[in-house]
Write a protein that binds this ligand. Structure first.
Ligand SMILES: NC(=O)c1ccc[n+]([C@@H]2O[C@H](COP(=O)([O-])OP(=O)(O)OC[C@H]3O[C@@H](n4cnc5c(N)ncnc54)[C@H](O)[C@@H]3O)[C@@H](O)[C@H]2O)c1
Length: 351
């Protein structure tokens, strides 16, 4: 088993290993005494893995129940959130009890936010079943739901007490979901680890998923620890996300998060180069994205993207922080005055 320590205010471990899902109960018991546990998952993951999770928890003495919501980003909503909260009340869950997020980033963000707010906060365990969630979303304590006006608009910081990653669960992922994971790993490569980028750029790395999860979680840790609330270096993890979140929303989620981030990273690198802030050429990212099956451009206009970017959470009153990649393995934050944003977006999006 691979173990990454996350020394946040409330420290926890990310434990990675084939077959760990069947040990969910005993692994959870190491960090929480047996109690009532509600496993929150969605309609694609439930038939594949819910029974195994519940059986393991029950064997370890947890009184476990499942809650299943419809799969997809379009269900990361207030309605699903309220349905979860009401079910927890009906079950009489107390602060001594536990939630388990079994699924991808949508389930993790949703369950984390439910855990952050149910009775002002109960503990939760993350069991990521997508590569994207394992290498990124399951670590760092950002939880959220979407509003029609924008992604992740309502949320909280709430760290899990344990992340348990079983790469065997990735075997059922469709190709596109591997590609989504590649997008966030390429992001880590560009901002922090040129060797990792080199390893991913040809797109042949699936056999090494467990090791890559460990390496990417360690990179994410290096940004999160010391900046849990996203006020400094952690913001570099938003590389590709200013434009990415906008095109994801504009596509009404027909673009996945990973696809949108790939488009965003290339456009933000092009914009930064044309603004004279970096010498990194976006071509290298474009090739890596293509080799990993990711899209590289969008038809949405700078004007459409601007409208959404202005509601970005990284916006201050008169500037928006964007990430500038400085090469492969380094990046910095640039505060772009709001009146310069149209130019920045045009430089990024117009080929
Ligand atoms: N909190 C964070 O720090 C953070 C970071 C990155 C992304 N996110 C969020 O994560 C979400 C994207 O995550 P995602 O790509 O995992 O989305 P997702 O949870 O929707 O999962 C993607 C698809 O894979 C399916 N799936 C999940 N596990 C499976 C498995 N093992 N086998 C077969 N199918 C499976 C799901 O049903 C879904 O259709 C976005 O909402 C994004 O905002 C959060």
């Amino acid at each position: 088993m691979r173990i990454v320590q996350i020394p946040t205010g409330a420290p926890y471990q990310v434990r990675i290993g084939e077959g760990l899902l069947s040990l969910l109960g005993e692994e959870t018991e190491r960090v929480h005494r047996p109690c009532r546990a509600v496993v929150i998952t969605e309609s694609n993951v439930a038939p594949l893995y819910l029974d195994r999770a519940l059986d393991s928890l029950r064997q370890a003495g947890f009184e476990a129940e499942g809650f299943v919501f419809p799969a997809g980003e379009e269900h990361k909503t207030v309605d699903t959130y309220i349905a979860i909260q009401r079910r927890l009340v009906q079950l009489g869950l107390t602060r001594e009890d536990l939630l388990v997020a079994l699924g991808g980033g949508v389930t993790g963000d949703m369950t984390g936010f439910a855990a952050a707010t149910y009775q002002r906060g109960i503990p939760f365990v993350q069991v990521p079943t997508t590569l994207l969630c394992a290498v990124d979303a399951s670590v760092g304590g950002k939880t959220a739901i979407d509003l029609p006006e924008g992604k992740n608009m309502v949320g909280a910081f709430h760290q899990p007490i344990l992340v348990l990653c079983d790469p065997d669960t990735f075997r059922t992922l469709p190709d596109q979901r591997w590609q989504d994971g590649a997008a966030e790993m390429l992001k880590h490569g560009v901002i922090a680890d040129g060797d990792l980028f080199g390893r991913l750029k040809e797109g042949r790395w699936r056999e090494d998923a467990a090791e890559l999860v460990e390496r990417n979680v360690a990179i994410k840790r290096s940004f999160v620890v010391g900046d849990e609330k996203d006020r400094g270096k952690r913001q570099l993890l938003n590389f590709g996300h200013t434009i990415g979140h906008a095109v994801e929303a504009l596509s009404h989620f027909s673009l996945s998060h990973g696809q949108a981030v790939a488009i965003g990273m290339i456009a933000e690198t092009r914009a930064a180069r044309r603004m004279g802030w970096t010498e990194l050429n976006e071509e290298i990212l474009l090739e890596a994205a293509e080799k990993n099956g990711l899209p590289t451009r969008t038809e949405f206009t700078p004007g459409q993207v601007l409208e959404i970017a202005l509601r970005d959470k990284k916006r201050r009153s008169d500037t928006l922080g964007v990430v500038v990649p400085l090469g492969l393995g380094a990046a910095r934050l640039e505060q772009v005055p709001v009146n310069l944003l149209p130019e920045y977006l045009e430089k990024g999006l117009i080929l």
